[in-house]
Structures are given as structure tokens and as C-alpha cells.
Design a protein around this ligand. Structure first.
Ligand SMILES: Nc1nc2c(ncn2[C@@H]2O[C@H](COP(=O)(O)OP(=O)(O)OP(=O)(O)O)[C@@H](O)[C@H]2O)c(=O)[nH]1
Ligand SMILES: [Mg+2]
Length: 589
């Protein structure tokens, strides 16, 4: 069995990753003709939206057999370059033996080049650099080499090659370097089976789960337990060979396999020992509400988005009442989600404006009580709750100050459920977090159990009573306690030419940023600071002019901070438990 080399092709958007993948496949004899991104005919940009837009959205795998004595199977993972799809790159990083970082001979080092370079160094992935597009007018590989030495620390060691994906110039040398310079994974069958899920597709037969095998061997009919999921049987198996995916009896360490039968699988799931932890990228703090073109398709849109979220775990769905909101990295992602819903599910949607996702933190202590049959309480239950702030990052804790045996466990659980539901929308409509809710009072009417008497809801408490009371009481307590709306603040890492440092600092000041450190370098200054996430878009739109396109910005969520101006409000969906009388009228037992 041949060794495998799982090779990531990474770069800033448009540097030529997909074109280079196509050329490598062609040179290796995998393709009869070289496809073109511009004509929408490449192997790895296979989704309609990718072909139409000419950008890569999802990572794709294509393989060839290298011209080396071992007949190494090179599995190319062609990744997206647009920052909205950085999550795809993050997932790819966890499975690589090596990488080719592509640069344009005209544009040189671009912001995403630096972001990806840092991630590759952090994870110690052996990397070749390829300066592409040397055929283009304005190409200056020597300038780009100097740029690389200056802006990609550590690049003096892993080799820099140059050429053109379009003409094929220099690509044979790159192919040779891939096998001679980058380490491959020998077939590893002895150890315990281990692997990680890095991609999921769906077709009419169900999920296709892409796994990078780290060790051991896996066969059809084996039962596999992914961490945190139930054990499932592998019902189908393909492995990547030169020539693409082929049905196989077993997959072994080093290989990329596509498994069927694992219905519970999600991207990022793993099995067995020795997993690589990838961090450094962060969840999105933007969101937009998805509006179905026809209201009655809301259910279908929700179901479709749930499936998409499985393939892209960072499409986090939030539903509040009738509204479906998705979390986002940026505007292009909206367009891609809309296209996917149209193409795969025949559903037309639009998006409302993108907003940042705030949270609410509890300010003081508040307490409220509803008692059975007192003051118009229509529910057969007594619930008293106290809410108070808890340390940042601790989430919501529910505790009991009443005896655990005072009520059936289901009634406590229903109270907690109501509490958590109500805290999804605080006084300003944002998720309330970092608090402790303590149940101080409880009471219920026991189930009628006399002979000949059937269960009678009119005289017996049910879980619904406590779900409703939990919402009403915690909302009243929260009103007393008060909340502070907090907005996401990003940690920014910004590199600019030192000549324009003053202007950049002034801009950051105007946008409400705080500079924490500055590191002067060779002609450039790198600074770290904090900036409210709402201002990132303003920063990225003004930087190119200010810095002659020389700025390199990376940003990630750092913390939440109280908003200093008028707090943004998110429209409440559904009845407000703070309006007690109305709630009692509209939510009958
Ligand atoms: N002249 C020239 N154009 C190239 C070369 N390689 C790619 N291109 C063009 O550059 C554009 C982007 O190429 P892609 O291969 O889609 O780049 P990419 O890095 O995969 O882009 P994303 O996946 O969207 O980040 C297309 O118009 C290509 O035809 C090259 O070597 N020379
Ligand atoms: Mg591409």
C-alpha cells in the first residue's frame, strides 16, 4: 500500500489555489484537459455557486499519484481564500501533512497570506511557498521574495518556488518539491483506529463523511464511535486513490476515506487517540435574520439550514419564535447561503441587515414569586426565583434552595427550562448570561390518586405550569436586577507601514479602539489592540487607502464589554413574560 501525503493548498483569495490544483492534477495525468476557474470547469470548484462566482467556498479533495518510487498518493485539499470561509481552512489544517502557500507574483503578500502563515507556523505544518501568476504583466517574483522575507517570519527555512498555474510553468518543479520536501504518512495499520471528520456532504443516500485516518484500519461493517455520539455502523467506504475516490474494503492510517452510515457525525468529530487541536480562529460574532420569500416555507428553510449547519458547524442557527437568524463571518457568506438554499433545496430567501450579536449581563440581584391560586396566577404551581450576577464566562447556573424532594424532579426541570428559555431574550432582546438563578420557593398540587378518580388536570400540577411560571418569575426577577448590554470586542493584530502609523493610530482612536502594544519592525509596525466588532467593517474599508494596500489585519473575538452609547435592542419575538397579566391570558394551562 502506498504512502499518502495530505497536502493543503492555501492562500489569500484569488491567488490561484484552484487553478494550481487543476494544473497539478493535469500534469500527473489525472485530467485530460486543464479546467479553468473562469469557465467554471475545474475539478475542485464543483458547487454551482463556486463555478458561477469563480471563488472557492468549501474545501475539496482531489488526488494524484506522485512520480516517486513509493507512488505516493497526494491528496490535495483545495481551500477557500475568502475570509468569510476561514472556518473551512481551519478544519483543513487539522488533517494536513504539508502545505503549499500560494502568493500572487503581482499582489505579493496579502492580509490572508499572513493570517494563514501564522496558523501554519503555530501548528508546525511543513510548508512550501509558491509565487504564482509569473506570466502576468506586473509580475515581480523578486520583489515578492523580499516581501516574503520581511513579512513572513520563519520563511527563510521551508523553499520558495515560482511559476504559473495558467501556463504550467514551474509546476513540475513544485510537484517534485512536494514529494521531496514534504513528509508523507506511511500506511499505518497497526495502531488503534483514529481519525477526524473534516467534511460532510449529503446526497440522496444520506451523509458522506470525509475522514482523515490517523492510524489503524477501518472496514465496512465496523462499528465506530465518534466522540460524544452513539456507536454507528460503517455501511459504505471509499478511499482516495490516484484517480479519485474508489470503493475499498478498508481505510488505513494516512488515508482520506469517505464513510457512509454515520448519521450522527458532525464536522470536527474524531475517534481514537492522538488528535490535533486547532485553535486560533474564532466563532463569528455577526448575524443576520433569514427571511423566506414565502412565509409558509419557514419550516422548510429551517430544516434546510439545519442540514447546512451540519456541513458547516459555524452556521449556528438561532431561532426566536418565528425568526431564524444565522451567525456569519461576513457578507459574502450570506450570498452563498442564499445560493445553496436555492440550488439544493429550491428555497428563495433574503437576509436582513447584518448586526453584531450582543449579550446582556445581570447587574444586581432580583427576586420574584408566584404562588398557587394567589393574585390571578392561573397555573397550579408556586415558583420563587432569585437572580444574581456570576463570573464572566460562567454561563447560566440553576440552583435549588428548596429541598430536592419538595417536588417531582420533572417540575424542577420544567422550571429550569422556562428560566433558560426566558433568558434567551433579556430586557433588550439579547441572550442573558453569566448569572445564577436560585429557586427559593416551590409548591404543587399532587396528582389525584384516589380510587375511581382519574387524573384530572384541573386539580393536578403539570410540567407546563412550571415552564410558564419559570419564564414569568425569572423575567420579573431580572427586571429588578437590571442588565447591561455588552458588545463583542475583537483583539486586532495589525501590521502597517511605519510611515503611516500616525494616521492609523488616529483612525483607531476615532473608531473607539485601544492600542495595547506596538512592535516596530523593518519598515512596518505591528500593533495589537482592541476594537469593538461593530467597527471592524469600518476599519477594513478605510485601511487600504490609508496604507496603500499594505495593511495586514487579523481579528478575533476577545471579550464582551458594556456598550457605552445607547444599547442596541433586538426585536422581541413572541409574548413578553414581563407582561404578567397578558401572559396569563394568552398562555392558558
Ligand atoms: N494570469 C494568470 N492568472 C491566473 C493564474 N492562476 C490563476 N489565475 C487566475 O486568477 C483567478 C483566481 O484563480 P483561482 O484559481 O480561482 O484562485 P483561488 O486562489 O482558488 O481563489 P479562491 O478559492 O476563491 O480564494 C482566476 O481568474 C484565474 O484564471 C496564473 O498563473 N496566471
Ligand atoms: Mg479556489
Amino acid at each position: 500500500m502506498s504512502p499518502s501525503l495530505n497536502l493543503g493548498i492555501l492562500a489569500h483569495v484569488d491567488a490561484g489555489k484552484t487553478s494550481l490544483t487543476e494544473r497539478l492534477l493535469y500534469d500527473a495525468g489525472e485530467l485530460d484537459a486543464v479546467g479553468s476557474v473562469d469557465a467554471g470547469t475545474t475539478r475542485t470548484d464543483s458547487m454551482d455557486v463556486e463555478r458561477r462566482r469563480g471563488i472557492t467556498v468549501r474545501s475539496a479533495v482531489a488526488s494524484y499519484v506522485a512520480d516517486d518510487p513509493g507512488g505516493t498518493v497526494v491528496n490535495i485539499v483545495d481551500t477557500p481564500g475568502h475570509p468569510d470561509f476561514i472556518a473551512e481552512v481551519e478544519r483543513a489544517l487539522a488533517i494536513l501533512d504539508g502545505a503549499v502557500l500560494v502568493l500572487s507574483a503581482v499582489e505579493g503578500v496579502q492580509p490572508q497570506t499572513v493570517v494563514i502563515w501564522r496558523a501554519l507556523r503555530r501548528l508546525d505544518v511543513p510548508t512550501l511557498l509558491f509565487i504564482n501568476k509569473t506570466d502576468r504583466r506586473g509580475a515581480d517574483p523578486e520583489r515578492v521574495r523580499a516581501d516574503i522575507r520581511r513579512r513572513l517570519p520563519g520563511s527563510e527555512e521551508t523553499p520558495v518556488l515560482a511559476g504559473s498555474a495558467l501556463t504550467g510553468d514551474g509546476v513540475a518543479k513544485l510537484a517534485a518539491a512536494i514529494t521531496s520536501e514534504l513528509p508523507s504518512s506511511p500506511p499505518n495499520v497497526e495502531a488503534e483506529p483514529a481519525g477526524v471528520v473534516f467534511k460532510i456532504e449529503r446526497d440522496d443516500r444520506g451523509k458522506r463523511v470525509f475522514v482523515r485516518m490517523r492510524s489503524g484500519s477501518l472496514a465496512v461493517r465496523d462499528r465506530l464511535q465518534l466522540t460524544g455520539r452513539s456507536r454507528e455502523r460503517v455501511t459504505g467506504l471509499q478511499v482516495s486513490t490516484g484517480g479519485g475516490l474508489a470503493p475499498a474494503k478498508r481505510a488505513v492510517g494516512g488515508q482520506i476515506a469517505v464513510l457512509r452510515g454515520l448519521d450522527a457525525a458532525r464536522i470536527g468529530d474524531s475517534f481514537g487517540p492522538g488528535q490535533v487541536e486547532v485553535d486560533g480562529f474564532v466563532p463569528p460574532t455577526l448575524q443576520a435574520v433569514v427571511v423566506p420569500a414565502t412565509p409558509h416555507e419557514r419550516g422548510a428553510v429551517y430544516a434546510a439550514l439545519t442540514e447546512l449547519a451540519e456541513q458547516d458547524p459555524l452556521i449556528a442557527l438561532r431561532t426566536t419564535g418565528d425568526e431564524i437568524a444565522v451567525s456569519l463571518f461576513g457578507e459574502v457568506q450570506k450570498e452563498v447561503i442564499a445560493s445553496l438554499l436555492q440550488e439544493w433545496y429550491g428555497l428563495a430567501v433574503t437576509f436582513r441587515e447584518t448586526t453584531v450579536v450582543c449579550i446582556e449581563r445581570v447587574r444586581g440581584t432580583g427576586q420574584a414569586l408566584e404562588q398557587i391560586k394567589v393574585d390571578e396566577n392561573p397555573y397550579l404551581g408556586t415558583v420563587g426565583l432569585r437572580i444574581e450576577p456570576a463570573p464572566v464566562g460562567s454561563g447560566i447556573r440553576f440552583e435549588l434552595e428548596v429541598e430536592r424532594g419538595a417536588m417531582p424532579p420533572a417540575f424542577f426541570a420544567a422550571t429550569e427550562e422556562g428560566v433558560r428559555k426566558a433568558l434567551e431574550q433579556g430586557r433588550h432582546g439579547w441572550q442573558v448570561t453569566d448569572c445564577v438563578v436560585t429557586m427559593t420557593d416551590s409548591g404543587y398540587w399532587a396528582r389525584q390518586s384516589h380510587a375511581h378518580q382519574k387524573f384530572n388536570k384541573a386539580f393536578s400540577s403539570v410540567a407546563g405550569d412550571f415552564r410558564n411560571l419559570g419564564q414569568v418569575v425569572v423575567t420579573a426577577a431580572l427586571r429588578q436586577a437590571g442588565t447591561t448590554v455588552c458588545e463583542p470586542v475583537d483583539r486586532i493584530d495589525l501590521e502597517v507601514p511605519t510611515t503611516v502609523l500616525g494616521a492609523v493610530l488616529a483612525l483607531l482612536g476615532r473608531l473607539g479602539g485601544v492600542v495595547l502594544t506596538t512592535h516596530p519592525g523593518d519598515g512596518v509596525t505591528r500593533l495589537e489592540g482592541d476594537l469593538p466588532a461593530t467597527q471592524i467593517r469600518a476599519l477594513t474599508s478605510q485601511l487600504p487607502d490609508l496604507t496603500g494596500g499594505e495593511a495586514v489585519l487579523a481579528n478575533r473575538l476577545d471579550h464582551y464589554a458594556p456598550v457605552t452609547t445607547e444599547p442596541p435592542v433586538r426585536r422581541r419575538v413572541g409574548p413578553d413574560p414581563a407582561d404578567r397579566r397578558r401572559w396569563f391570558r394568552e398562555m392558558p394551562r
